[in-house]
Write a protein that binds this ligand. Structure first.
Ligand SMILES: [Fe+2]
Ligand SMILES: [Fe+2]
Length: 197
């Protein structure tokens, strides 16, 4: 696995469900970096990272893209879906917490999602040669967002005295990582995201 982004322990929000989603996004970007730099295509196991294997839902979208770029296209489409789901979960949590910077934070999400959707369109149309420059910009955006905006709501979350394994009240129908626990009791779960590689 590429170490284009090396996960750092101090990026963890100590909200396991969301930390796990961040790790999935990091792994997805690392997979794309691996393809962009011309290293061997991902194994089946690597392709299974995240919610859905590439090539199923988005097969039609990327079908006309040349073979090497098609893999990148598939992974970018998966990144969009994983990012969209993650943002929905974060926004639902912030609403539940009456987080004061909810709208500002949601606006940041909207900008990134729009950029990702536009990037995917360009990859499909062959007008964007996904390069390290694009990926580096994406990497920096993600890391800065996690260590600033996401950490800010995480501090708000923990200041409420909620257990670190409290459920994230995500979008309707989304699978939950644990049972609801909004009692403020101390939990002993730790983030599943481990340290750097
Ligand atoms: Fe996030
Ligand atoms: Fe966020």
């Amino acid at each position: 696995m590429s170490d284009f982004i090396r996960w750092q322990n101090n990026w963890a929000l100590k909200i396991p469900h969301l930390d796990q989603q961040h790790l999935v996004l990091v792994e997805r970007i690392n997979q794309i970096a691996e393809l962009v730099t011309g290293r061997s295509p991902p194994t089946a196991a690597q392709s299974d990272v995240g919610r859905q294997p590439p090539g199923q839902r988005h097969e039609g979208r990327c079908a006309d893209v040349p073979e090497h770029s098609r893999l990148i296209c598939d992974h970018v489409e998966e990144l969009i879906e994983e990012t969209r789901a993650h943002f929905q979960d974060e926004e639902a949590l912030m609403l539940r917490l009456d987080y004061p910077s909810y709208h500002e934070h949601k606006r940041e999400h909207g900008i990134l999602l729009a950029e990702l959707v536009d990037l995917a369109r360009q990859v499909r149309q062959g007008t964007e040669q996904m390069g390290l420059q694009t990926l580096t910009a994406l990497k920096h955006w993600l890391i800065v967002h996690i260590v600033t905006s996401d950490q800010a709501y995480a501090e708000h979350y923990h200041s409420r005295g909620l257990a670190p394994d409290s459920v994230v009240p995500g979008a309707e129908g989304r699978e939950r990582s644990s049972s609801p626990n909004w009692t403020g009791e101390e939990g002993n779960a730790s983030a599943r995201v481990s340290g750097g590689h």
